[in-house]
Design a protein around this ligand. Structure first.
Ligand code: AHR
Length: 491
């Protein structure tokens, strides 16, 4: 039996909708094919962006989109991606497959995409291989209304008025692909580059410093100590690998033991957020600096025959659980976590959408994001949980992961993940402070742990109404099926 008590009157802060953010990189078929097909493509598009992908992302209320990388960001030179296509120089995308990048998708195209999506742009600048001047002028190009050679160039390229840009990352993974720097060296470099990331006119930039990889608490300590006063956000990257970097594991062929280990590893996000937050609290007790989890999600071995530099992978019910668990963790830490961007939006890693030519398939992860839209900008509610266990030999996990919020209309939403691949969970849910009138639910599950959606069978994993609930003595009783994600709406 799982006992959950939610207090309808104990509000714990706003769940920033940007926790439901996404990440797009010039990597494999994410930008090219996945989003950008060009204006002359037979695939229906608006100004070069695939209509089907844009619509699908609008349907999950995509709040913010990070671009152009990732590792790509620290070798991207923005001037290569402006002006007439035929004059844009090519480059070798050394990180991702060594392919030739034609730079046809650049700054103007990214802002056009964000406008079509109704999403805030989050641009990641190049600190690793770019100059301070280059970064300074990119921000000027995008956001300044003053007269200068740089803004004249923007106007010549068809954008008269500056864009609004809030989120700007000053380097990416500078402990690794972004320059292999030490924390001390990067902190100094961050301070130097960030000085020249200016606010022009009415545009105010929220500056995001490169944060730690996983459990590198020293990186957070050094950055907070040396540069907290110069940043608005500190990023965190943590991926879920069933195995290790040398043998990550298959996206679709796995045993229940591997299912268990994968979820155990994804739950490490909880510990990491707690420990990084504790360090941040020391230097920033008022929680002014947001923790920005701008890369997270599952990472598997690429399927035999696929380009290993393209990071294309399938997505199963296990990924739905990974998404649901992490989103619950972020919701529950919304005092510090101000944004999260799952990697990546189309055709790369734990994608929302897979494409093949003009076909598109929505993944189990996409459906979880859709179910969880109810939490966007809602208020987190206090919750106590007494969960039964999910065991694998000596290892133990809580069987249920959950978070609860109340929206502007006073509806309460509770998202629940049953981690157990075999056993259902009996739920006794108390909502203190209100008389329950109605409970509705939606569920994502399947008979198999590794059920997936394919171009031939796009609806093998889908969301359905969940009616196995009743109200008894002002408590909600429900049976949560094994390996499922459920969202209850209570009025
Ligand atoms: O998302 C793929 C890569 O993972 C990103 O480019 C990089 O930042 C991280 O290592």
């Amino acid at each position: 039996m799982i006992k959950i008590k939610v207090n309808a009157h104990e509000k714990k802060g706003i769940i920033n909708k940007n926790i439901y953010g996404h990440f797009s990189e010039h990597l494999g078929r994410c930008i090219y094919e996945g989003i950008w097909v060009g204006k002359d493509s037979p695939i229906p598009n608006t100004k070069g962006m695939r209509n089907d992908v844009v619509q699908a992302l609008r349907d999950i209320k995509i709040p913010v989109l990070r671009w152009p990388g990732g590792c790509f960001a620290d070798e991207y030179h923005w001037r290569d991606g402006i002006g007439p296509d035929e004059k844009r120089p090519t480059m070798i995308n050394t990180h991702w497959g060594g392919i030739t990048e034609n730079n046809h998708f650049g700054t103007h195209e990214f802002f056009e995409l964000c406008e079509q999506l109704g999403a805030e742009p989050y641009i990641n600048g190049n600190l690793g291989s770019g100059t301070v001047q280059e970064m300074q002028q990119w921000v000027e190009y995008m956001t300044s209304d003053n007269i200068s050679p740089v803004t004249d160039q923007r106007k010549e390229n068809g954008q008269d008025k500056p864009w609004k840009l809030k989120y700007f990352g000053v380097g990416n993974e500078n402990w690794g692909c972004g320059g292999n720097m030490t924390a001390e060296y990067y902190a100094d470099e961050y301070r130097r580059y960030a000085t020249y990331v200016r606010n022009f006119g009415g545009n105010t930039i929220y500056k995001i410093a490169c944060g730690p990889s996983g459990d590198d608490y020293n990186w957070t300590e050094v950055l907070m100590k040396k540069a907290a006063n110069h940043m608005h956000g500190l990023s965190l990257h943590h991926y879920t690998l069933p195995g290790d970097w040398s043998k990550k594991g298959s996206a679709i062929d796995f045993t229940e033991a591997e299912w268990f280990t994968t979820l155990q590893k994804t739950l490490q996000m909880e510990e990491m957020i707690c420990k990084h937050s504790e360090i941040m609290d020391k230097y920033d007790p008022e929680k002014k600096v947001g923790l920005i989890v701008d890369e997270w999600g599952s990472w598997y071995d690429t399927a035999p025959g696929d380009n290993p530099g393209f990071l294309y992978q399938q997505n199963t019910v296990r990924d739905a659980l990974i998404a649901g668990i992490n989103l619950n963790i972020f919701n529950n830490h919304c005092d510090r976590v101000q944004m999260a961007n799952i990697a990546q939006v189309v055709n790369v890693l734990q994608a929302m959408i897979l494409t093949e030519g003009d076909k598109l398939v929505l993944t189990p992860t996409y459906h979880v994001f859709k179910m969880y839209t109810v939490h966007q900008d809602a208020e987190l509610l206090a919750m106590e949980m007494d969960s039964s266990e999910y065991r694998n030999e000596e290892a133990v996990l809580p069987q249920i992961s959950a978070s609860a919020s109340i929206d502007a209309e006073g509806k309460i939403h509770i998202s629940l993940c049953n981690l157990d691949a075999t056993n259902e969970a009996k739920l006794d849910l108390e909502i203190a402070g209100i008389m329950l009138k109605q409970v509705r639910g939606r569920i994502l599950t399947a008979d198999l742990m590794n059920e997936k959606n394919t171009f031939e069978e796009p609806d093998s994993v889908k969301v359905e109404d969940f009616n196995h609930t009743e109200i008894v003595d002002n408590h909600v009783h429900a049976i949560i099926p094994s390996k499922s994600v459920v969202v209850l709406t209570i009025e």
